[in-house]
Ligand binder design. Sequence first.
Ligand code: NAP
Length: 275
Amino acid sequence: MRYLAVKGARVPALGFGTWALSGRGAYDATRQALELGYRHIDTAQIYGNEAEIGRALRDSSLPRAEIFLTTKVAPNNLSAAATKRSHDESLKRLALDYVDLLLIHWPNPQIPLGETLKALAEIKAAGKTRFIGVSNFTVELLREAVERHRADLLCNQVEYHPFLPQRAVLAALKRYGMILTAYAPVARGRVFKDKTLAGIGRKYGKTPGQIALRWLIEQDGVVPIPKAARREHAADNIAIFDFALSAEDRAAIDRLGAGERLVEWGGYSPDWDRE
Ligand code: NAP
């Protein structure tokens, strides 16, 4: 596994997503991912799988310090009191003393951002998370968090794959010394139908998914977190550290970005940046 050094954190360059995994499926997929070499696991309060993931981490017998675990506060829990209470409940379900990264899952315009950020900073000071960050934040929201509220954030987790360029968000994150955690990095399976990615894949003996993930990890400060319930998918997704894309192939993938966004959440989706 490769690691990114950012703000004193050592972040595994590839993570494992767990959305839509529950019960035995969440446990088995997480155990499998850890066996395959993943060391960065992404969950959230609303995924309803924190207990199974905590159990998979324990049963793996890996030292706690080797794992980088992220969870997220649900948007209806963002008042100061609910942020703290709900994170205590997350820790209880995970049966852990701390997580590595705690995120605001989606912005909630009904609750002052400064209030949530202050609660997150207090959770961090209490040792219940090592780092804090945000998810689904636009450039404007990042500016408010970092410039107005002086929040010390590690990442913004947003949708990012070859069909959705994130130029504006990437530029803002670079300015703030933050990383971009890329969710839906294989575009929920759509990359496998793309002819350009397939053609590039044939040159390297790789699948379109491996080409998309390699394109992401080759960018400064970008960490994809593909989800895979199937063992062969999880194994394929981590087999991306043994080749490099040519500048020409990277440029061809850059040109795929037509702005195809797959993930929205009704009342919580912000006014997304256009490029
Ligand atoms: P994704 O990782 O792009 O796609 C997952 C889908 O692609 C699954 O159906 C999986 O199949 C399939 N797949 C994965 N690897 C494959 C491979 N090598 N070959 C063929 N198919 C493959 O989408 P995602 O799950 O939406 O995003 C990843 C993670 O990001 C989530 O699990 C979650 O942790 C996080 N996320 C966060 C937010 C947020 O608001 N912060 C939103 C969405 C997602 P199988 O499962 O059958 O193997």
